[in-house]
Design a binder for this molecule. Structure first.
Ligand code: ATP
Length: 194
């Protein structure tokens, strides 16, 4: 398939164990794999880290405990690179996930205001931002424990003061809120694809 310009870009953010991967995986399946690329800005960070340290890349990418051992160091590397060039991982993830073959891009893990800025600057008018939230008790039940140096770092808190989310999803695992919001997002996406 040839390359194309994206028609919708959906950027997700949220704290550890709020369910970013769960929510974006659902959306990815519902929008349809043929239309959609699911990008993780952490993908190129983890790939490089796995290669340099002989680690299991797939295990760094899943929701297991494995990545927690390396999280602080990976975050440090990610922050250093972003400070030099805030678009570095945005460009690297577009390439890594071959996003230019697809019309809809879902980015599951924005962490900084500059992650949003980079996409908004380049793809004006087709970017929507979504914050996923879960209360701390629910996050704990999913395996989260507060870790100093991780939970108080820029990677976790950089978007706490962002106020202009297009959607906020409360993903506490109950009720129909998640489905309702996903349906609104899918509706916007389908309108842009026409
Ligand atoms: N609405 C939900 N219903 C059931 N299980 C959920 C829901 N949301 C998340 N989970 C589960 O909670 C766990 C953590 O979710 P997930 O990996 O998506 O979080 P995350 O925000 O991506 O975490 P991290 O920042 O650590 O990557 C997973 O096992 C996932 O399946």
């Amino acid at each position: 398939m040839s390359t194309m310009s994206p028609k919708c870009i959906l950027i997700f953010s949220g704290k550890r164990k709020c369910g970013k991967d769960f929510v974006t995986d659902l959306l990815f399946q519902r929008v349809g794999l043929e239309n959609c690329a699911l990008l993780k800005l952490s993908g190129p960070i983890k790939k490089k880290w796995a290669e340099a340290n002989n680690l299991d890349f797939a295990k760094l990418m899943d929701s297991s405990e494995y990545k927690e051992i390396y999280r602080a160091e990976m975050n440090k590397y990610g922050e250093e690179m972003r400070n030099k060039d805030y678009g570095y991982f945005c460009r690297a993830s577009i390439e890594m996930y071959e996003a230019e073959k697809k019309a809809v891009w879902i980015i599951s893990d924005a962490r900084r205001k500059t992650d949003l800025k980079w996409f908004k600057e380049r793809y004006d008018g087709i970017v929507k931002t979504i914050r996923v939230q879960a209360n701390d008790e629910v996050r704990k039940s999913r395996g989260w424990t507060y870790t100093s140096g991780v939970d108080d770092a820029e990677t976790e808190c950089g978007l706490d003061t962002e106020e202009t989310w297009d959607w906020v999803i409360q993903n506490d695992g109950s009720g129909t809120q998640l489905d309702d919001k996903l349906n609104e997002i899918i509706q916007w996406t389908q309108e842009n694809l026409k």
